[in-house]
Write a protein that binds this ligand. Sequence first.
Ligand code: ZN
Length: 382
Amino acid sequence: MNIVSKEVMHVGEMASGAALTVPVYRLEGQQQGPSVYIQANMHGAEVQGNAVIFQLLELLKTIELKGSITLVPYANPVACNHKNGEYTLGRFDPITGVNWNRMYHFDTEMVAPFAQANLNQSNIEIEQAFRALMLEKISQKLNHNVYGLTTGQRIAFQLQHLAHQADIVLDLHTGPISSKHLYCPEYAKASAKYFDIPHTLLIPNSFDGALDEATFCPWWQLKQAFADLGRDFPITKADEKQGEALIIKESFTVELGSQEQIDLDIAHEDALGILSYLQYQGVINSDDYHPKKMTRYCCMLEDYKALYSPMGGMVDYLAEFGQPLAPGEPLARILRMDNYGDGDPLHYISLDHQVIPILHFASASVNQGTELYKVFSKFSIL
Ligand code: ZN
């Protein structure tokens, strides 16, 4: 039986002086193994990850743990409580307009000098020193910044300080109305098959402010810097060499479905998929969790296209998620009642090539230029 410890982390203060806090749950294994960091609800309306963390904690009570796992539900208390009418808005900081998941930090300049200075160290020494350097950089940002931080940066950097301590990072999100999909760094493609998620986006080695990138890009860039100096540095199982200590550094954004929804039964399924991946990585001592058989599609990030509405109107979303849609088949039809009787009240929206629809806008009423759908415009079987 694993013991779960709980800590309350302060991430900021409201105008009234009320503390902004997030709960941090920790499980420590009896044996050595990779450390894992899982957070949910950085975007306010994307709540299903909290239910997945609940189900993971319930399942992990009786699973023998080899590594350690840190779980943070309600990771962003500002976004989580950002209601307007019956909706939760929290995708952007309402004061600065910045996406809450674009505020993490990575200074690429740190990589090359570190690689040069540590060229002859062992893999384990490099891992420890580079992790310490990343933690030091975040601590400096948090504690030694005379001009202060935005509300969002303060939250993000504290979460990042937890995430940098881990080997494996899972950031649980959802789309608006969406199928399940996974953001996966290209080098960790083989690991994507262990999640029960049929659609994978392969991410290049460039940092754009998101947590997954903030935690995998430094290691990937370090690996490349060492490769330029003629040295291997392993960060995933595919790099494994006999007689060498294996280092795993993988981060994923897990898109669990649609926003504004909690389904505890689906959350249980999602948790089983995560356990399948954690078992593969040697975090749990078990042989009970295996990925489901399914057709898994992957798409390069550059081929993940948004389709913007060519007109304003009321949308009837037609295309089914997750299945290839033939060229010319309608994605949606747009109703324009102002044109009834003297114009064309119905417009069909289609593309001239095959795509896989992944998600669509959450509302039926759209302006011209609203992001209607996101689709895999080129894809292959994973
Ligand atoms: Zn999100």
